[in-house]
Structure formats: C-alpha cells, structure tokens
Design a protein around this ligand. Structure first.
Ligand code: HEC
Length: 217
C-alpha cells in the first residue's frame, strides 16, 4: 500500500489494481490482494503534450540529470564561443608573440583541443619522453621548455606542427608527431606557438634567441 499524500490533492487519483491470482498468494483479506498505484494524470498529460523532442527528453530526466545536461551544454557553448571569439581577434597573426594575450588565449584553447592528449595538459610531454621506444620513434616531447625545444626557431616549431615531424626526421626514423595542416589555419598554429612560449621560463626564451643569433651568423 502506498500512503504518501499528494500535494496536488485531487489531481492525483488512486487506481486499485488486483494482484493477479496465483496459487502462492494466500490473500484471505481483500487488502492483501490489492496494490494501490498513484497516477499523476496532470503530469503525465503535460509530458505527452510537448511536441518538442528535446522538451520530452528533458522531462524524462530527474533534477540531477537535468542539471548535468544543462551544465554540459553550457560548457560546450562557452568553449565553442571562446574559440570563435579568440579566433576572430587573432586571425591575422603570422608570428608568435608570447605577450599578446588574445593570441596566447587562442593558442591555449587550441592546444587543449588538439595537442594536450599527447603532450599533456601542462605541456609536460609523455612520461619517458627522454627515451626512445624500442620499436622506433619516441613519446611526445615536452613543449614547456624542458628538453631541447629551444634549439628550434619559432618557424621550425610552426613547420613541425603544420607538416608533422616526419619530413624533418632522418630516413628510416618513424616520427609520431602528426601534421595539422588540414585541421588548423596558420594563425591557429602561430597562436599555439605563442601559447607554448608564454609558459617557457625566461632562460629558455634567451637560449632560443642565442641559438637563432648563432644560426644567422
Ligand atoms: C598523436 C600524438 C600527438 C599529437 C596529437 C601531437 N603531437 Fe606533437 N609530437 C608527438 C610526438 C610523438 C613527438 C616526438 C616525435 C619524435 O621526435 O619522434 C612530437 C613532437 C612535437 C614537436 C617537436 C618537439 C621537439 O623538441 O622536437 C612539437 C613542436 C610538437 N610536437 C607540437 C605539437 C603541437 C603544437 C600539437 C597540437 C597542435 C601536437 N604536437 C600534437 C605526438 C603528438
């Protein structure tokens, strides 16, 4: 028996349903043979009425699930919007400027979407990056200034990102760094370089400039 009292009072009605007879149920008294099911007609009708599938879907969810659905939806909206906005600000950049906030912000979003999977959320590289795989190739290198990234100019880094690592590797070496020519615009890739350089320690920036000066001479 259900005893909960409905707040909506008379909108709910009780429907008595006989328990199907089977030899096992003793049920000498009538109440033993019946269960009471509360049916909220109003709510049922409201749900059925909505012609928008999305509303019908939301109505079927509990409050917690509904909150989560909205949270995920808004997070997605904010991500899409911020990438779109940052792109519109930085779309003509053809060099990396670690002090350009808009460019660095765009680079950060694009980095998380395209590179973090292999190079790590904090650009720290895959564990064991300083070793080679026995089968050839090596794990994703750190981009945060650890390792030997400062031997590369901004242009070198840009080209590795655009064309992948293979064209710059010795023949016979299997380089697992994919190229992003098809996924990202040049401005996108410059923004990622700016983001990388925005977190390099000052010493790494200096060592890169020193390296470039030596190259030019
Ligand atoms: C599928 C995994 C993967 C993804 C995704 C990936 N990389 Fe890499 N990346 C690698 C690996 C592995 C290497 C090391 C290749 C080697 O030297 O053999 C590498 C190397 C590099 C290097 C050269 C570093 C150096 O010191 O020589 C740069 C720069 C780089 N990645 C940037 C990026 C950027 C920027 C993105 C996102 C747009 C990205 N990578 C996405 C796997 C990945």
């Amino acid at each position: 028996m259900l005893h909960s009292r409905s707040r909506r009072g008379d909108r709910r009605r009780k429907r008595r349903m006989p328990v199907p007879h089977s030899g096992r149920i003793p049920g000498s008294r009538r109440s033993d043979r019946e269960i009471t099911v509360e049916i909220d007609d109003q709510e049922e009708a409201e749900r059925a009425r909505s012609s928008f599938p999305i509303v019908r879907f939301l109505n079927r969810l509990g409050p917690k699930e509904r909150f989560l659905t909205f949270a995920v939806f808004f997070a997605l909206l904010i991500t899409v919007f911020s990438i779109y906005y940052e792109r519109s600000v930085a779309e003509n950049d053809v060099a990396a400027d670690r002090n350009n906030e808009a460019q660095v912000a765009l680079g950060g979003s694009l980095y998380r979407a395209n590179c973090a999977f292999c190079h790590g959320d904090a650009l720290e590289g895959k564990t064991g990056w300083n070793k080679d795989y026995p089968v050839g190739g090596r794990p994703a290198l750190p981009l945060n200034g650890d390792g030997a990234i400062s031997r590369l100019s901004d242009q070198d880094i840009f080209e590795v990102v655009k064309f992948g690592g293979q064209p710059f590797s010795p023949s016979g070496y299997k380089n697992d760094m994919p190229g992003f020519e098809m996924q990202l615009s040049d401005a996108d890739m410059w923004a990622i370089v700016a983001h990388m350089k925005s977190i390099w320690p000052e010493a790494v920036i200096e060592s890169q400039s020193a390296m470039m000066e030596k190259r030019d001479n």
